[in-house]
Design a protein around this ligand. Structure first.
Ligand SMILES: Nc1ncnc2c1ncn2[C@@H]1O[C@H](COP(=O)(O)OP(=O)(O)O)[C@@H](O)[C@H]1O
Ligand SMILES: [Mg+2]
Length: 297
């Protein structure tokens, strides 16, 4: 499948309502094989609702959902999984005390010998496959029998991703996989995301970190209060612009102006507000400094 072929998944003008809350409104986007699509937006923007719709947890109230060009109506995550759409949530469904390979095969345990109660979980097979699959993605797990809890957060994310790839995922949806990780561990996960793309999967990556998004993203869909700003290629979206959008610098700017207005309107309270305003201006400067430092690395 080429990158310019039919999208692996596509939504057209979908909306999702929770009572009077409009979680998604008229959202369209597509993901193709061999690309990383980053989903960006503030808290409450609708990111989770969108991926839950894609992964069969929610049904859209309006609009169309197409998988490889064919309209689908998923009733459960199982339906999505059967079509090769795998979602890795931030709170991974893993059992820390169980081995890496056992977690790798959780819910799909390979067995050998006999039938029914005489079937046995095939340890050798699962150890070998888990190790091979992790290695294919560039992580050398020397002992797949070690508890998954002994792995770092980044490596655990990688086990979940390798598992999805092994079980035939075509689309990988990752909800904030780097949120709780340090720089080095985030790097491990991002490299893995790039590996999945190299193996021609379509990846949807949700992240709050503009540097992570920019490092692996090919296209960027921006959500704001349930609506899309549109989808941009890397070339169309300057990194500075994205950093600014995601850092909330615009909101801080607006707030700081608002406070200045208050201060002018009520000179009695002006003293205190002036102080708050100075703090904000400082916070704004600092946040820009942090981000521009990030840009130079
Ligand atoms: N199950 C639900 N019931 C009611 N409101 C919901 C539900 N899920 C999400 N929402 C609302 O929909 C909006 C989008 O939420 P969400 O998709 O979680 O945003 P994000 O993941 O971008 O932070 C929010 O206003 C949220 O409160
Ligand atoms: Mg969310």
């Amino acid at each position: 499948m080429s990158q310019n072929g039919t999208p692996l998944i596509e939504v057209r003008n979908i909306s999702k309502f929770f009572g009077s809350v409009i979680a998604l409104s008229d959202v369209s986007m597509a993901v193709r094989a061999g690309e990383v699509m980053c989903l960006l937006g503030d808290n409450g923007a609708g990111k989770s609702t969108l991926i839950k719709t894609l992964s069969g947890v929610h049904r859209p109230d309006e609009g169309q959902y197409l998988v490889e060009g064919e309209q689908v109506h998923f009733n459960s995550p199982r339906d999505a999984l059967d079509r090769g759409i795998a979602t890795v949530y931030q709170d991974l469904a893993m059992i820390p005390l169980m081995s890496i390979s056992r977690n790798f095969f959780l819910g799909s345990e390979p067995t050998r010998g006999g039938w029914g109660p005489f079937k046995r979980y095939d340890v050798k097979f699962s150890d070998r496959v888990a190790r091979e699959e992790m290695l294919k993605m560039g992580i050398d797990v020397r002992d797949p029998a070690q508890p998954v809890g002994t792995l770092s957060g980044g490596e655990r994310q990688c086990v979940a991703i390798a598992r999805a790839v092994y079980f035939g995922a075509k689309v990988l949806i990752l909800d904030e996989p780097t949120a709780a990780l340090g720089v080095k561990q985030a790097g491990v996960v991002l490299r893995y995301v790039a590996q999945a793309r190299a193996r021609n999967l379509g990846v949807i990556l949700i992240t709050h970190n503009p540097h992570h998004a920019y490092a692996v993203g090919d296209r960027f869909t921006i959500l704001k209060r349930g609506r899309t700003f549109g989808t941009f290629t890397k070339a169309e979206l300057a990194r500075e612009e994205m950093v600014r959008m995601m850092s909330g610098a615009d909101e801080l700017d607006a707030l700081s102006h608002e406070l200045a207005e208050f201060a002018r309107a009520d000179s009695g309270a002006g003293e205190e507000l002036g102080e708050a305003e100075r703090h904000l201006a400082q916070a704004l400067e600092e946040s820009e400094e942090v981000f521009s430092h990030g840009l130079e690395e």
